[in-house]
Ligand binder design. Structure first.
Ligand code: NAD
Length: 285
């Protein structure tokens, strides 16, 4: 029996390392999260992406403890929910996330959405709070999510710390390459959310043909495409079989032509599944 293939690490701009492949828990019900996380860890995942918005941070912490794997071997990301952008609220929300996870710190903490139409568009003050969380040592790295290029430029102008990552929607139908290119130029690693377009790209004939040619599943082909483009990915599933299938992408490569064919599926903003970060203004009740 061969051992599980090793997931590559990426070094962030603050020197910390992050596994390029992980497990996303968006829409996993709170009561099912501990067991899904434990399954993923048993298969070999060492990176979990959660958020206060997902209401399952507690289950993530429980799943890690249940697995018996050292907390330090698992990279944990959580995010500041919309609604807590004011500095005092951000501090309280950060403390609550750490409490819910049940550990002393978090590896990566992100501003979930920029909310440029709320709080007078002041995500800069929110980012300065995250800089404090990093200085305190309870957020080992800090980053943002759903930031457009002009939001990143505003942070660069007004603050000291370059975000370690920008977690944005990226999949073959929405390659989001302008934001990715800004990240590559400015040492901000892109994390690709909804990497298999919530399943919608798996029936695509181009993906299907490549999958058939190389004897892999459509999900494996698309996840491998992300990894070869250098982004971080964390597909979500609650099925042990799919969790295993998604992880099994480190023993093959796509050709340059195959990568190009998949990249050409891009539909621009017409392919976007999530909201527009420039106008999204949902906050929790
Ligand atoms: P995804 O692209 O990971 O797709 C998940 C869906 O695909 C699920 O319905 C699952 O059942 C199905 N699926 C998974 N593996 C499969 C397989 N091998 N074969 C067939 N179907 C399969 O979508 P997602 O959950 O939206 O995104 C992944 C993660 O990204 C989330 O869990 C979350 O951590 C993160 N995310 C972040 C944001 C953000 O605003 N920062 C937004 C959405 C998601």
């Amino acid at each position: 029996m061969t051992s599980a293939p090793k997931v590559p690490d990426i070094t962030l701009n603050d020197g910390n390392r992050i596994p390029q492949f992980g497990f996303g828990v968006y829409q996993i019900p709170p009561d099912d999260t501990a067991s899904a996380v434990r399954t993923a860890l048993e298969i070999g995942y060492r990176h979990i992406d959660t958020a206060e918005m997902y209401q399952n941070e507690k289950g993530v912490g429980q799943g890690i403890r249940d697995s018996g794997i050292d907390r330090d071997e698992v990279f944990i990301t959580s995010k500041l929910n919309n609604g807590y952008h004011k500095p005092d609220d951000a501090r309280r929300a950060f403390d609550a996330s750490i409490d819910a996870l049940g550990f002393d710190d978090v590896d990566l903490f992100l501003i979930h959405w920029p909310l440029p139409t709320l709080y007078d568009g002041d995500f800069v003050s929110t980012w300065k709070m995250l800089e404090e969380f990093k200085k305190d040592g309870r957020a080992r790295s800090i980053g943002v999510s759903n930031f457009q290029v002009h939001h990143l430029q505003e942070l660069a102008r007004d603050t000291e710390t370059v975000p370690a990552v920008n977690q944005i929607e990226v999949h073959p139908y929405y390659t989001n390459d302008a934001v990715r290119a800004y990240g590559i130029e400015h040492t901000i690693v892109t994390e690709a959310w909804s990497p298999i377009a919530q399943g919608k790209v798996l029936g695509d004939p181009v993906v299907g043909q490549i999958a058939q040619q190389i004897g892999k599943s459509p999900a494996q082909v698309v996840l491998r495409w992300h990894v070869e483009r250098g982004d971080i990915v964390f597909p979500k599933s609650v099925s042990p079989q799919r969790i295993r299938e998604n992880f099994d992408i480190f023993d093959f490569e796509l050709s340059d032509d195959q990568i190009e064919e998949i990249t050409e599926l891009d539909k621009g903003v017409a392919g976007r599944l999530g909201p527009d970060p420039d106008t999204f203004a949902w906050i929790p009740k």
